[in-house]
Design a protein around this ligand. Structure first.
Ligand code: HEC
Ligand code: HEC
Length: 420
């Protein structure tokens, strides 16, 4: 071959390789339909409305209540062994989870610790939704034997005898009075001894103490409203898509293909939708019972418990009017809620393993395989259907889920214990 032909030939080959490479990679980049663009926009944090008001908690947005709640949240003195705080299980550095399959407080609990990020948008709390407000939820772990294992009377002693706490409490809720002859401990929900000392109190005293207890929950809830998700790589990409481009750089091809599966063939978006990637509803997705436990009745029982809870929206400790308790009064109740759990957020999912209500799955590959197989449910039926995803598609889906993490949009001071 003549020398003067070699250079152009090499140049043409190089050109063909470069053009061809780009051309070949184009099928990996989804071209979004109008419907897909709309869905992507709806998942973006830009679509997140301001926090909804909580009419059942008058101090939900009071700064002094959040400061008080912040202190309570990190304080291990609020437990029977002096070692357990809310932050023991909902650790800020793990996106308010604990990294364990089953939670460990004073004892070992039956369930996995969920994230608290963006949770103030949720109308229901716990995997089975047995609490209808964040303040009422906060009361339960304080008295649960496997969590803080203290009670409302012990807490009244603690808060009223600690000068800083007393000040903080009175600043938000008004004068705190300690009834004469108060027993050491007591709650209607405790063991035989706690119940006996509770029953020895007159009704007025009981109501006063439960009101005090409810107020602690209201302060903690005011703090929890600060725990909000931060903008992720996915949100950057969504902004590009909304602006009309296909977002060339925020996500790589595998992640974009994963997004396409998430909102398409994978059907994830039927339940994990909106900017928090949850519809805040309850579904049976065929997750196995926690080993050694009976399968949970899930939302079917949860709704009944919430309706009977003395701290619910309609109860005497709620600040809401009957008209404002729409969620509780009109909650959907049906047989298909047997075994149904609350759809969790997928924001920061790469940081909150293990997964599911009993921490049954240790990584996202296992989760994606679970949805791909859609095993039948032990109780009632699995709403999800087998997906038939190829291995490469499962990896793409996983890659996409990894783009949903970012530091929280929460001021740093709320993420650490307050200075004592
Ligand atoms: C021993 C570990 C542990 C402690 C301590 C603990 N939690 Fe939890 N938390 C859990 C577990 C486990 C669940 C899920 C239980 C269930 O759904 O039955 C949960 C659920 C919640 C939920 C509902 C989450 C959702 O998705 O609906 C909130 C809110 C919450 N905890 C806040 C708190 C607060 C506030 C405190 C302190 C007063 C606290 N937790 C103490 C382990 C703990
Ligand atoms: C029918 C509603 C529904 C569909 C469809 C669905 N999910 Fe879920 N998802 C849930 C519910 C409910 C849970 C909690 C189940 C449990 O713990 O028993 C959950 C849990 C998860 C978790 C674990 C979250 C955590 O914090 O433990 C991940 C990850 C997840 N889903 C991803 C997906 C992906 C990916 C898809 C699509 C392939 C998908 N989901 C489809 C309802 C759904």
């Amino acid at each position: 071959m003549k020398k003067d032909l070699l250079l152009p030939l090499l140049a043409s080959i190089a050109l063909i390789v470069v053009v061809g490479w780009n051309y070949l990679s184009i099928p990996g980049v989804p071209a979004w339909s109008e419907e897909e663009r709309r869905l992507i926009a709806s998942l973006s944090l830009d679509s997140l409305p301001p926090l909804p008001l909580d009419p059942s908690n008058l101090v939900a947005d009071e700064p002094a209540a959040a400061e008080f709640g912040h202190r309570l949240y990190f304080d291990t003195r609020l437990s029977s062994n002096g070692q357990v705080a809310c932050a023991t299980c909902h650790k800020p550095e793990l996106m308010f989870t604990d990294g364990l399959a089953l939670a460990v407080g004073v004892g070992i609990g039956p369930m996995h610790t969920p994230s608290l990020v963006g949770l103030s948008y949720s109308p229901w709390f716990y995997w089975d939704g047995r609490k209808d407000s964040q303040w009422a939820q906060a009361l339960a772990p304080l008295e649960a034997k496997h969590e803080h294992a203290t009670d409302r009377v012990q807490l009244l002693h603690l808060i009223s005898s600690d000068a800083i706490y007393r000040d903080m409490y009175e600043n938000v809720f008004g004068p705190l009075s300690l009834p004469a002859m108060l027993p050491e401990s007591g709650t209607p929900d405790g063991d035989a001894q706690q119940q006996a000392s509770w029953n020895a109190l007159d009704t007025e005293m009981q109501t006063g103490i439960s009101q005090f207890f409810a107020n602690l929950g209201k302060a903690i809830a005011a703090y929890e409203r600060k725990i909000l998700p931060g903008s992720t790589r996915f949100d950057d990409y969504a902004a590009q898509v909304v602006a009309g481009s296909d977002g060339d750089n925020a996500l790589n091809n595998s992640e974009k293909s994963g997004l396409k599966l998430f909102i398409g063939k994978g059907q994830c978006v039927t339940c994990h939708n909106g900017p928090l990637f949850t519809n805040h509803e309850f579904h049976n997705t065929g997750v196995l019972a926690v080993s050694g436990q009976m399968p949970s009745m899930g939302r079917y029982d949860g709704i009944r418990i919430s309706q009977e809870d003395s701290f619910n929206c309609l109860g005497e400790f709620s600040d809401a009017s009957t008209q404002e308790c729409i969620e509780l009064r009109f909650a959907r109740d049906a047989n298909d809620l047997v075994g149904a759990m609350k759809t969790p957020t997928l924001r920061n999912i790469s940081e909150t393993a293990p997964y599911m209500h009993g921490g049954q799955m240790s990584d996202l590959a296992q989760v994606v395989n679970h949805y791909n197989d859609a095993p039948s449910s032990m109780l009632s039926h699995n709403e999800a259907k087998p997906l038939g995803l190829r291995i490469v598609e499962r990896i793409q889906l996983e890659d996409f889920l990894m783009t949903l993490s970012a530091p929280l949009a929460t001021e740093q001071k709320w993420l650490v214990a307050p200075d004592y």
